[in-house]
Ligand binder design. Sequence first.
Ligand code: 3HC
Length: 319
Amino acid sequence: MALPRVLSVIGAGQMGIGIALVASLRAKIPTVLLYDRDPSQITKGLEFMDKLLAKDVSKGKTNEDDAKAARGRIISITSSSASSSTSNNDEFGWARELGERGSDMAVEAASERLSIKEGIFRTLAKNLSRDAVLASNTSSISITKLAGAAVEGLGSTISKASEEGKSCAGRVVGVHFFNPVPVMKLCEVIPGLQTSEVTLERAKAFAVACGKEVSTSKDVPGFVSNALLMPFLNEAIMCLESGTATRDDIDKTLRLGMGHPMGPLQLGDIFIGLDTCLAIQETLYEGTRDSKYRPSVLLGRMVDAGWLGKKSGKGFYEY
Ligand code: 3HC
């Protein structure tokens, strides 16, 4: 199955940077376009990528030429750098640039908010070629819903039931990577109700080329991974909230008693972020209306306080 020649990654946070890195270094995608609406996020992300590549070289995992070539294949796209034909107040210039550069696959890795992702899918569908794969790295949001947004991006004259609408929705798929992307071995692939077989196979081939094993999940809230992981983390926070055990004892129990690489509170803090934990848990709760998914009150309060984990300097732990 053909791999993309020009991959667009939307969002230069930890996940987007990790995906861009494995796509360039492992899958050797010839061009990886990296877009974020905040240029400082791209600068920060690429500095982190340089550190990861330098570490791989120093450990002999990658040679210097390969690392340099991988880095050279990544091109930053910012709203202000977007093509010369773009006027200053054209908020979609970046997406047109991705299209003009021939992007044949996009992976969206923006914040875990439905409205943000829907906006991106509308814009991508409008600006990328009509056979580009439109993938989301969402942790929990419905791929079927994002496919609906993509069809809306084609304009009000195209209905979801039309051939053009079905073909557009057929190109949308979930490719759910795990943080840290270069290290975690899995990519969960999620077809929406309308995803075509070809799109599914292209998504799987991409994940495998990035060095990942693939698991497939139906499009249910949280998919398999977060339908299992997030209630576990939420329960750990409820244990803390109810005083069942201290923070350290909760994490120690799972680390030493069950052999987890890190405790659930540490995991939420360091590799997921408490705002994302809350967003996923809310998607599970709202998507099923099942009270067993009720988000912990403490989790909500911590997000209200801006205590989001390592990225904000404080979560369950101080950083
Ligand atoms: N980015 C890239 N690489 C990283 C990293 C990071 N943020 N953190 C650690 N690593 C690398 C290290 O450089 C090291 O690489 P090396 O073998 O080449 O030297 C390797 O990971 C192992 O690191 P360490 O020896 O320092 O530390 P550990 O042995 O403690 O392992 C870990 C680190 C692999 C991250 C381990 O703690 C772990 O598996 N933690 C659980 C992570 C996890 O569950 N992630 C999934 C979160 S859920 C998710 O992402 C989905 C979303 O939808 C919620």
